[in-house]
Design a protein around this ligand. Structure first.
Ligand code: HEC
Ligand code: CU
Length: 438
């Protein structure tokens, strides 16, 4: 009897130590996927609601637990106990009505802010300072868009993300660029199965559902008015504006981590994305860069390059030209990928690769080459591109670049119909070419 109970005690000790360690492990709240250190009104609203619920349920837990423990200790049976059975309260109208009333009250305390939060997150606010006309500094904006906030169409694919900016005529993938401090309206849909958009520090999850468009709004950081309110400041003036710009630069301009949050098939866990919040000018420059796209490796016009490619391809020498020739020809990359500027690289089955050399990750955030200081680690970038083009099916099992009904690069064949996977040298040239797209 004794040994059993001391063994049990030891088990309890170890078990509670384990629990404490597990809890302490979660103590760093300031991580990249944290929902506790918020960077914008949506995540902040959701955190407040969460904390309110934690408080209400925490208080219930303490009261009910306290009464329970008290009753267990006070009324427990003792050795040779000959006290009478304590009086039974079952069916006491005061207690019953009291409990029902208390439950309704607590539900109301949670329901009212919940509804408020739902409305707040559902309705994209019309913030004059977020209207495109008020901040967008590029010159190619249709006049009727000046009154609208920036719209981004988020499209989920197994297992990557397309981000379309319909008002600006550009599309990118896996790394979404947004202006800091501005309302951005998102329209979310899916090409295949259900995915879920989750950018923890900025906004909670919204599903991407085939055949249906969901919408939400996000904002990285507070707008000017909200920032002033939180700082207890009032008025206008260039100095305040400067301080606000400083706040955005120091606290909001950052590289945020996102993740698909709804199981969507075998590589679901490798369906990440990134969001960079930048200032208005950097945003406009990025848009211009995306629109302009890329020229040919040696400065020829695309017409000249294609004439040479068709008539004397051996004239096009050097790693980048070799890479581009493979990209357009034997390796079939252009059948699935668009590269802006290149008039014949128009594929849409895979991510748009414009400026892929400037991105800090590939394969939907799964392969990273962002250095500590936020720059690109060029060697790592080359390794990642090489690894991805060499064996995407190992990096992301099941992905639709390797096997795609005969169109994938794992299914390349030569003129005799024999398998003819890319050689190491070919993969290397393709990687160098993609690295030059920046
Ligand atoms: C059958 C269509 C298809 C072909 C052909 C194809 N790709 Fe892809 N590619 C995809 C898809 C789909 C993805 C997204 C995979 C994922 O992340 O799940 C992708 C992703 C990529 C990425 C990562 C992009 C990003 O935004 O992170 C690169 C780089 C890339 N492909 C390069 C190439 C190169 C180089 C070739 C030619 C050797 C090629 N692809 C051929 C469909 C294709
Ligand atoms: Cu998923």
């Amino acid at each position: 009897m004794k040994t059993i109970s001391s063994g049990f005690c030891r088990f309890i000790q170890y078990f509670s130590a384990l629990i404490v360690v597990a809890f302490l492990g979660g103590c760093n709240l300031d991580t990249r996927m944290s929902t506790f250190v918020t960077k914008g009104p949506i995540a902040e609203e959701q955190l407040n609601l969460f904390m309110l619920t934690v408080w209400v349920t925490g208080i219930i837990f303490v009261i009910v637990g306290g009464v329970f423990v008290y009753a267990v200790i006070k009324f427990r049976e003792r050795p040779n106990d000959d006290r009478p059975m304590p009086s039974q309260g079952h069916g006491n109208p005061l207690v019953e009505i009291g409990l029902i009333g208390a439950s309704i009250l607590l539900l109301a305390i949670i329901a009212v802010p919940t509804l408020r939060a739902i409305w707040f997150t559902q309705e994209t606010p019309d913030d004059p300072e977020s209207r495109l006309g008020a901040w967008y500094q590029g010159d190619d904006l249709a006049e009727e868009e000046a009154e609208n906030p920036l719209i981004i169409k988020v499209i989920g694919y197994q297992w990557w993300w397309a981000f379309e900016y319909p008002q600006l005529g550009i599309t990118t993938a896996n790394e979404m660029i947004i202006p800091a401090g501005k309302v951005v309206h998102l329209e979310l849909r899916s090409i295949d199965v259900i995915h879920s958009f989750w950018l923890p520090r900025i906004a909670g999850k919204v599903d991407l559902i085939p055949g249906r468009t969901n919408s939400m709004w996000i904002q990285a950081g507070d707008n000017f008015a909200k920032w002033k309110e939180k700082q207890g400041l009032e008025g206008e003036g260039p100095e305040l504006r400067q301080d606000y710009a400083k706040y955005l630069e120091e606290e909001i301009h950052d590289y945020y981590y996102g993740q698909c949050a709804e199981y969507c098939g075998e590589s679901h866990a490798r369906m990440l994305f990134r969001t960079t919040a930048v200032d208005d000018q950097a945003f406009a420059e990025w848009v211009a860069d995306e629109k302009a796209g890329h020229g040919t490796p040696d400065g020829k016009s695309w017409d000249e390059w294609y004439t040479a490619y068709e008539e004397n391809p051996e004239e096009l020498t050097g790693d980048l030209n070799e890479g581009l020739k493979l990209f357009m020809g034997r390796a079939k990359c252009a059948t699935c990928h668009t590269v802006n500027g290149n008039p014949r690289a128009l594929g849409v089955a895979g991510p748009n690769l414009t400026n892929i050399g400037s991105r800090q990750s590939i394969a939907a955030g799964w392969l990273n080459h962002r250095a500590e200081d936020g720059s690109i680690d060029v060697e790592k970038q080359y390794d990642n591109l090489y690894k991805w083009i060499h064996e995407p099916e190992v990096v992301k099992p099941g992905n639709l670049m390797w096997k795609a009904n005969g169109g994938g690069i794992g299914e390349l064949i030569d003129e005799h119909g024999e398998p003819a996977l890319l050689t190491d040298e070919e993969v290397s040239k393709l990687s160098l070419y993609l690295q030059s797209l920046k």
